[in-house]
Design a protein around this ligand. Sequence first.
Ligand SMILES: NC(=O)c1ccc[n+]([C@@H]2O[C@H](COP(=O)([O-])OP(=O)(O)OC[C@H]3O[C@@H](n4cnc5c(N)ncnc54)[C@H](O)[C@@H]3O)[C@@H](O)[C@H]2O)c1
Length: 389
Amino acid sequence: MNEIKLGIFGLWRGGSFLHIINSLEGAAVHAVCDKNGDKVAEALQTCPDAKVCADFDELLDSGIDAVLLCNYFHQHASYAIRAMKRGIHVFSECTAGATMKECVELCEAVEETGCKYMLAENYPFSAALLEAKRLTDEGSFGRILYAEGEYNHTGPREMLAGLTPFPYHWRAWLPRTYYVTHSLGPLMHITGQMPVQVSAFAVHSDVLEEYDDFRHNYDAFAMMSCMTDGGALFRFTGCAHMGSPSGYRVVGENGSAETGRTLGGNLNVTYHTWTTPEGKPSSETYAPDWPANGDLAEKAGHGGGDFWTVYNFVEYIRNGVVPFFDVYRGCCMSAVAILGWRSCLENGRVYAIPDFRDKAQRDAWRHDDLTPFPDENGKVTLPCAVPKK
Ligand SMILES: NC(=O)c1ccc[n+]([C@@H]2O[C@H](COP(=O)([O-])OP(=O)(O)OC[C@H]3O[C@@H](n4cnc5c(N)ncnc54)[C@H](O)[C@@H]3O)[C@@H](O)[C@H]2O)c1
């Protein structure tokens, strides 16, 4: 196969992928598009030969094989569908779809076009979480009963405002369940299990409400609980404002693994006294090695996860290696985010998560387009914060 020609749509987040693509053999940044000229100028410093496109249509016309969608959080699905209808493969930043209707349409576009689609969830691919997966897969912990994920993204007010450049920007209206892939994605990847129902509660923050700017999401966090298709319980945040580093834990009948929070990038592995494998300590904390490509992963952002998402996508296109986060798992996470939010607004009501591989289950949500994100006139159809108690 010739060199894979990649286009990047959105160069704020998309800028982090430029040097990673440059470091991979057989792939190149062929074209870029962002309406922000400063971001384009920055990108050209790393990829001077990239074609600059004025809009998405020009990007699709530029001769690319695949597009990296790094545009606004709630606008990925419609652009993904447009690209796939042109036979262009898609790497989509999270989230896959911002409404249930979009999730249904996205799955059907992948099926109808036969294009390759990958959700670019990156947090499962740190060295510690890959090691937790290796141990889980080899059965060290026995049957998995429980897992938890806490993604924290705190920062001073100026930083939060800087990430939210205009009043109808998605970050100003993002309910706390919606940015769920960094907390739920690692649990699904480690265990191979899918959520089948969700119940959630969000907690209001007076401090966030007192910030006098145009952000309207005043909850500090939402906590979601899901039963899975493997009979385990997952408990996780979306994006939380909790003040500690992110953390993850997976618990089986024989043992458990934990990383983040006070452990940093280390992994703690603990067994019961009576289940400790021969020759191993009942509890140990260590810094796991990378399974491969450590030299490249070390240089990439988000604990190396940014490298693995691009690498996995290129492997998918070049060698047909199907990535874990396909359209069905991507839409499953979006559905947890969306229905988890309905649950928060309805006092923890339990919602079933549809299996998007099943057309009958898709049909139940085909026309559901409720959204907390404003259109160009500021109209929303769902609140983005729970009422203060
Ligand atoms: N996986 C991660 O670790 C990670 C980290 C940061 C952001 N993200 C994701 O990346 C996406 C983008 O977030 P961000 O932080 O870059 O902020 P952002 O959403 O504010 O930036 C989007 C960029 O896309 C450009 N853009 C949007 N629509 C466009 C259009 N129609 N034409 C041309 N340019 C357009 C904007 O000018 C901007 O530069 C979001 O989905 C976010 O969730 C993921």
